[in-house]
Design a protein around this ligand. Sequence first.
Ligand SMILES: Cc1ncc(C[n+]2csc(CCOP(=O)(O)OP(=O)(O)O)c2C)c(N)n1
Ligand SMILES: [Mg+2]
Length: 688
Amino acid sequence: MSQPKTQLDLDLLSINTIRTLAIDAVQQANSGHPGAPMGLAPVVYELWQKYLRYDPADPTWPNRDRFVLSAGHASMLLYATLHLAGVRAVNSHGKPTNEPAVSMDEIKRFRQIDSKTPGHPESHLTAGVETTSGPLGQGAGNSVGMAIASKWLAENFNRPGFDIFDFNVYAMCGDGDFMEGVCCEAASLAGHLKLSNLCWIYDHNHVTLDGPAEWSFSEDVMTRFVGYGWNVTRVADANDLMMLGRAYDVFLKTKDRPTLIVVDSHIGYGSPHKQDSYEAHGEPLGEAEVKLAKQNYGWPEDAKFLVPDGVYDQFKNGVGKRGADAHSSWNAKYADYAKQFPQLADQLNRMQSGQLPDGWDKDLPSFPADAKGMATRESSGKTLNALAKNIPWLVGGSADLAKSNKTNLTFDGAEDFYPHEYHGRNVHFGVREHAMGAIVNGMTLSKLRAFSATFFNFSDYMRPAMRLGALMEIPAIYIFTHDSIGLGEDGPTHQPIEQLASLRAMPNMMVLRPGDANEVVEAYKIAMQHTHGPCTMVFTRQAMPTFDRTKYAPASGVAKGAYVLADAAGGKPDVILMASGSEVTHCVDAYEKLKAEGIKARVVSMPCWEIFEKQDAAYKESVLPSIVTARVSIEMASTFGWERYTGPKGKIIGMHSFGASAPLKDLLKKFGFGADSVVAAAKSVLGK
Ligand SMILES: Cc1ncc(C[n+]2csc(CCOP(=O)(O)OP(=O)(O)O)c2C)c(N)n1
Ligand SMILES: [Mg+2]
């Protein structure tokens, strides 16, 4: 191949290196999408080389610009870029190393077992991957959370002369992203909030997997985004670096709203043979087509995984040098800042390493015994407020149900997060549950302790984002109230049934459904200290008793996931009664009734199955002795999964249908809940 002479030659050589690495990796894996990386290579190259403030030597630099590949199927585009830019790996303590984040070996092992180059980008596996994308629209949603975090951090931590935070967030999206609801919700909120640090790039390539995009997508995206309050600009040819640069400049100059750059590209550009072909762009090209594409790029057609001379240096002298300079002047500034504002620096350091401030759990409420008690949404609100007062970076809000969810932070100085008023702690997500989930994930990835809130039934609207939170192993907090048919009159459209079971089935999701106000406090303590996965917090609308902990076991038992709340004399029960949440009280009442009749029962409160499953065998046996096979569980939810604890001889009281619209007392009767049901089931399993 001919030697590059000019800067333009070097640009094109680098772009074609990204393309051919993607082509070769997809071909070798015999799986993956080469089309989008081929089309988008110049767009990403121009951004990284000339605009992204990113130090490849430290992908954890808190003020780095974020690059999110929402079109995660184009993962090789990201891997090739991370490789060529020389982005470093990060060790288990979160510190950068001298190893590459994506070595050439890893590129050759694209989509293979235990590689750093899985089919879609996964942020917990590969340094430099800002978020896990793949389910279309999620990355775009995350990017809004990151942009919110950047604004919030700037407002709360910058001081005159010390712009510690001003990072921008770029997200690369395709037709698929723009068709997804979550993306539309997120764009709507980003426009409303006037997030000027957010730039989405739309790969307008007229094609999706099934064929021409026009088969299913013909709206005017640009007009839509103008309607959302975005600044919209267009680049007519994805290969035109100068016009791409102008578009990025427009973004940087736009200070009052987010920017959408629509880039017209042709999938597989560079390979004239496939240029107008819609078939199979989501598949390996095949050996013959690979050769033709390479010919067209002026590439040696038999060379594989070729990085021509000068390409690594090109990145080193571009993004590498710019990033290193920006990072080192930031470091110098930060050192000064830490001297002048040691408290703020301490907070930032803790935030970055996932620690909490000293005294984070001081002044947490403690609730006196009370037969009437209170709803756990109520005790949740009080606990959340106490925690947020102690943890300055606990930030979040609700999807238009804050008053019902009791998640408003009401202490002095909590304030609201509004357009151009970005210091407040209360984010108003509006009625956008799905985007809320993705946004809270993006905020969490930016090191805030972020929470969302809505009714438990609408966890279904958030579930794809929650699932990614679990996959990414990030400590997002998803708060839900109105957790069962116990919510009453709103009826079956609002009454969750299978949500508990389905979220318990999700790997790495911790589901906490505390049984009284003091269990709520304990549950939050667990959530705040949980660093490698999200927590789903499940609370009631209806009041329930606060147990007398001098009579029953302390609520600290929540830390083990399940614990003996009330026991038979001598710790030798004949029957075990189990429940979580508002049904624990049904068990306690049944226990007292059985006791009065001389029947020896034990009550096990089970607020968190996942934590209980992690206890050693001895503890589990001490709570649920295998010799006691007479067992009853009760939950106003799907019975699915309880067999594990009740065993073949036990009885499970639960919901087998949707609920109904009625006052709670009538629902309890209709669906067979309450202490009497537990008593009857206990007698039945005891053969009485
Ligand atoms: C939520 C979701 N649905 C479906 C898919 C499968 N999928 C991957 S790429 C793609 C087509 C996307 O089209 P576009 O975004 O235009 O990308 P292009 O084919 O142009 O690269 C689909 C349907 C997915 N990844 N996520
Ligand atoms: Mg497309």
